[in-house]
Design a protein around this ligand. Structure first.
Ligand SMILES: CC(C)(COP(=O)(O)OP(=O)(O)OC[C@H]1O[C@@H](n2cnc3c(N)ncnc32)[C@H](O)[C@@H]1OP(=O)(O)O)[C@@H](O)C(=O)NCCC(=O)NCCS
Length: 208
């Protein structure tokens, strides 16, 4: 049923970083950024077989968008387009949302290599986690990262995610079953800081 998912749809903003639901009109921008980042994203993503250019074409976006909308309507995910100064530059998904006694989600994200290193994804992740723990009604978020992915591990470590697990051969990515490190946060762990965004702002102010 439309509108039945807690906390969805929503737009979240912090300075030049904005998270919003995808639109049908994002096809060209999504395809451009995905196609420009094949080498950057390929080692870290699970993807169906087929040429990258085809899987990430404006026509393919129709199916990606349809699946995202369907899953979000069912309350199973919150798929955000990540924008920087109004441009679509990345993606963040609160996925595998399970409610009842879990109230938990997995997070996945990426950003255009042309704007990497500017804190876009930590900002997006902090916004999304605060939203998940507030209007989203969730209690726990989890991020699973390949040990080799130092930039992504930096993101969660800066934000104070707890390293809590090692998952051997966890996901099929880039042609093989890859180990992952499990990081997580529960709402209690950020409540005393006034939320994750407030924690991130304080950290940025302290480190310049
Ligand atoms: C992981 C990723 C989302 C980080 O996003 P971001 O917005 O660049 O995050 P940050 O600005 O906080 O940078 C994170 C770290 O990347 C490294 N970094 C900085 N500039 C970089 C650049 N131009 N290129 C590569 N890495 C860079 C730094 O180590 C940085 O940490 P630090 O500066 O705090 O020490 C991004 O690197 C990415 O999209 N990678 C490819 C896809 C991916 O790995 N997705 C996650 C799968 S778990």
């Amino acid at each position: 049923m439309l509108g039945a998912a807690p906390g969805w749809p929503v737009v979240l903003v912090d300075g030049p970083v904005l998270l919003r639901p995808y639109r049908r009109s994002d096809a060209a921008a999504w395809s451009e950024v995905r196609r420009a980042n094949q080498a950057w994203l390929g080692p870290w993503e699970s993807s169906p077989p087929g040429p990258w250019a085809d899987l990430n074409s404006p026509a393919a976006y129709r199916y990606v968008h349809r699946d995202q909308r369907r899953s979000a309507r069912r309350g199973e995910s919150m798929p955000f387009a990540v924008c920087l100064n109004g441009q679509l530059v990345g993606h963040l998904n609160l996925g595998n949302i399970v409610r009842r006694a879990f109230c938990s989600a997995y997070v996945g994200y990426w950003v255009d290599s042309r704007v990497a290193g500017k804190g876009v994804i930590p900002t997006a992740l902090a916004l999304a986690v605060d939203h998940a723990f507030g209007p989203g009604g969730l209690h726990r978020v989890e991020v699973n990262i390949r040990p080799e992915n130092k930039p992504s591990r930096r993101v969660v470590e800066k934000l104070g995610f707890r390293e809590e697990a090692y998952h051997p051969r966890y996901m099929h990515i880039d042609g093989a079953w890859r180990d992952h490190i499990g990081y997580a946060l529960t709402s209690e762990e950020v409540a005393t800081d006034g939320g994750l965004l407030a924690r991130w702002h304080r950290l940025r102010a302290a480190t310049g």
